[in-house]
Design a protein around this ligand. Structure first.
Ligand SMILES: [Zn+2]
Length: 153
């Protein structure tokens, strides 16, 4: 028998982790809520990740900073991206058992979930991370059409 110890990530920001659970996670559609056993952490690291074996998702603390530069709700976009990897892996595991070919981590299966998990108005952030893959998946820049307020009406 082997026991797998889930060591917590390094450099956890507890305050931001609290915000991630309380203010960001509730915005994820309930159909794609965090499966049981998974834990979220905000970390002082350059990048976040979805750790399938540990069932950990890390979101970097910088995603919470400079919303005026990065745009609103960036942590929600980031969390949506990482949660999409959970569902992608579930499908890929089933496909592997069925002898089907595996696809790249940011391929059509990933984006099928991402398009449903990430709020539509935040999906364009993916263009700054994976421009080619995101465009192939049909994600485009926001069209920035003028609103009625722009005409002073
Ligand atoms: Zn990814």
């Amino acid at each position: 028998m082997s026991i797998y110890i889930r060591r917590k990530p390094a450099n956890i920001d507890l305050g931001q982790t609290y915000l991630l659970y309380e203010e960001v996670l509730p915005a994820i559609p309930t159909a794609f809520s965090l499966p049981s056993g998974w834990e979220l952490f905000v970390v002082n690291q350059d990048r976040g990740r979805c750790y399938h074996e540990k069932k950990h998702i890390t979101v970097p603390a910088w995603t919470f900073t400079k919303p005026e530069e990065r745009g609103p709700n960036y942590p929600l976009y980031y969390l949506s991206h990482e949660i999409s990897h959970i569902y992608q892996r579930i499908v890929e595991t089933a496909n592997a058992l069925a002898g089907k070919k595996q696809e790249a981590p940011h391929g059509p299966i990933f984006y099928k979930y991402f398009r449903q998990i990430c709020p539509p108005e935040l999906q364009h952030y993916e263009l700054t991370y994976r421009p080619q893959n995101a465009r192939t998946a049909g994600i485009s820049e926001p069209d920035n059409l003028p609103s009625i307020e722009d005409f002073g009406l």
